[in-house]
Design a protein around this ligand. Structure first.
Ligand SMILES: N[C@@H](CCC(=O)N[C@@H](CS)C(=O)NCC(=O)O)C(=O)O
Length: 216
């Protein structure tokens, strides 16, 4: 199997999680961010993650891929249930964390941003959507105040370091870990104790890299 992805893409991290958690071997293909032709030829849209299955067909949509691979692995299965408080947390933080992440991710030494044209493509597309990166970088302290309040809410919902619900790996982990992982690129973000233990435990279990060493 082969995964087409970007390192910074949280939807792609969902798929990398299940591949790592279930010990599934795969070929990793990180696309340049401005390569539209490849994804369009595979799934008809400029979007990753894309999984090339063992039979050579392709599928998109991270949660579909996660469920497909979880079944394919033939091992224990992810718990489907997501607590409404966790979904609400992910929706709330998902509503603004791009303002912290987008201006930073394209400055990290990531393969998808290996050329100036890939960086230019990303900056133009994201600034069209959220506005000036410089303005958002200047508002880091404001965004962090909100994030730290939201971290306090999540801290009360972390039931164990090994899984968010304390009962076993679930779709909650697939939703939340990629978000926490990407926030590790924000240098002044401070993770509360339980969230920090959870982040490092899930990174170890899944083999997904964190960004602390590159944080800006
Ligand atoms: N619903 C999709 C969303 C995937 C998605 O939005 N991927 C982003 C990267 S984070 C993408 O490919 N955007 C197009 C682009 O970067 O031009 C999924 O869950 O797989």
């Amino acid at each position: 199997m082969k995964l087409y992805h970007y390192d910074h893409c949280p939807f792609c991290v969902r798929v990398r999680m299940i591949l790592g958690l279930r010990g599934l071997p795969y070929e990793s293909q990180i696309l340049p961010n401005d390569d539209a032709a490849t994804p369009i030829s595979l799934i008809g849209a400029k979007q990753v993650p894309i999984l090339q299955k063992a039979d050579g067909t392709h599928m998109g949509e991270s949660l579909d891929i996660v469920r497909y691979l979880d079944e394919y692995a033939g091992k224990e299965r992810l718990i489907e249930a997501v607590r409404p408080e966790i979904q609400a947390w992910a929706d709330k933080v998902g509503g603004y964390y791009g303002r912290l992440l987008h201006p930073r991710s394209c400055r990290l030494p990531l393969p998808e941003f290996g050329t100036q044209s890939a960086i230019d493509y990303f900056v133009k597309k994201k600034q069209n959507s959220i506005g000036s990166f410089d303005i958002h970088l200047n508002k880091t302290a404001d965004y962090l105040q909100t994030l730290h309040e939201d971290f306090q809410v999540l801290e009360g919902l972390v039931e164990s370091s090994g899984s968010l619900n304390g009962k076993g790996l679930s779709m909650e982990d697939i939703l939340v870990f990629p978000m926490l992982r990407n926030l590790s690129m924000v240098r002044s973000a401070v993770y509360p104790e339980k969230i920090s233990a959870y982040l490092h435990d899930l990174a170890r279990q899944s083999g997904v890299n964190l960004y602390f060493e590159y944080a800006l």
